[in-house]
Ligand binder design. Structure first.
Ligand SMILES: *Cc1c(COP(=O)(O)O)cnc(C)c1O
Length: 364
């Protein structure tokens, strides 16, 4: 019996192998490898797919985040509201600029709890960072209303939500800036690092282009101290190939999630739910279990791998000791960290593989 890994990136490659190989060779033979026509075509195509006016490719998701806050002028003394149960990169995007993250507990969908936002807004609050965790969506109309009411910037961390939608509108189009990662394991994954921002604001798009390229618009004329954070031509070309198939890839994941949701039956497990009015792209299928360690071993013995997203919440990580939080500071966030478990979920997963996972979960 074969071990079922939590993710299988090779399946995604072999599905469109010829297209990927043709594109890679085309770029290699073109003699142009950074900031060329593949990147600009990808930027146009991805903006159109997401439904925003502009897209700017950058080096990775973390860069998209910190550069977004930089362009918005958010820095020391400023506070940004962000959910506590996120990948640490969301928080680093804030703190790299010297701003302070203010953690918000999640709701039952693992998204920022919009009922708790207003009480946390102070005169120092400059922005809300919404993370569409696991491919789901926050209650975006609440967030947008609050941002209007208090004149706050809205940044979206869409690293796990390429194509997820709230009331028919895709994530990455609600805020001033949407930040995407194309790390290989993401739903739209490259074959190396990559990232992008989306925006409807021409000035923001322009500022991002300057910031990603040493602060220069014109070669050797540097307006600001910038970064070297560019999506390269090979990754952009390969992402264009995958983007052509992304709708069907999203649909396939929704079918995988449906199968899990209608076949897993075990009172010890809390299954993930899709919020009304949202369209999840199921970046992860995350169950919760009080006896998580026992469940992990049980599955492992049956040759089924799992991952925890994420075992240590940012406020308890060593990197953020300086913020002064401790165990108990954010009980719901911490409960998530102690109980969540991502079961195998990937494009190209077979029915037999899913059935083995379901049978093992139901027998636990
Ligand atoms: C992956 C991820 C990031 C960071 O993206 P990289 O491309 O790995 O830098 C940021 N936020 C979330 C929620 C992520 O899942």
């Amino acid at each position: 019996m074969e071990f079922i890994q939590p993710n299988r990136l090779d399946r995604g490659f072999y599905k469109y192998q010829n297209e990927f190989e043709d594109k890679a060779l085309e770029v290699l033979r073109s003699g142009w490898y950074v900031l060329g026509k593949e990147v600009s075509s990808f930027e146009e195509e991805f903006a159109a797919w997401v439904g925003s006016r502009y897209c700017v490719g950058v080096g990775n998701g973390l860069d998209a985040l910190w550069m977004a806050f930089r362009v918005l002028g958010i820095g020391p003394g400023d506070e940004v509201l962000v959910q506590g149960n996120t990948y640490i990169a969301s928080v680093m995007g804030i703190t790299i600029n010297g701003a302070t993250p203010i953690f918000v507990e999640p709701d039952e969908y693992y998204q920022i709890d919009t009922k708790k936002l207003e009480a946390l807004i102070t005169p120092r609050t400059k922005a809300i960072l919404v993370v569409h965790l696991y491919g789901h969506n926050a209650k975006m109309d609440d967030v947008v209303n609050l941002c209007h009411k208090y004149n706050l910037h809205l940044v979206e961390d869409c690293a796990q939500s390429h194509g997820s939608a709230f009331k028919g509108r895709k994530s990455g189009t609600f805020g001033d800036i949407g930040c995407f990662s194309f790390y290989p394991s993401k739903n739209l994954g490259a074959f190396g690092d990559g990232g992008a921002i989306t925006t409807d604001d021409e000035q923001i798009a322009q500022d991002m282009k300057v910031l990603r390229n040493y602060g220069s618009e014109k070669r050797y004329y540097n307006k600001i101290v910038g970064a070297n954070s560019r999506l390269d031509e090979i990754q952009a070309g390969l992402l264009r190939v995958k983007l052509r198939h992304l709708d069907e890839l999203c649909e396939e994941r929704r079918e995988l999630a449906d199968y899990y949701s209608s076949h897993i039956q075990n009172e010890k497990l809390i299954l993930p739910q899709e919020r009304e009015d949202t369209h999840s792209i199921w970046h992860q299928y995350v169950v919760r279990c009080h006896e998580r360690d026992a469940l992990i071993s049980y599955l492992n013995e049956r040759l089924i791998g799992t991952i925890i997203h994420y075992p240590i919440p940012p406020h308890l990580s060593e990197a953020y000791q300086y913020l002064g939080y401790g165990p108990g500071s954010f009980p719901i966030t911490e409960q998530c960290a102690n109980e969540v478990l991502s079961i195998p979920m990937y494009n190209g997963m077979t029915r037999e593989e899913q059935k083995r996972v379901v049978d093992a979960l139901n027998a636990f």
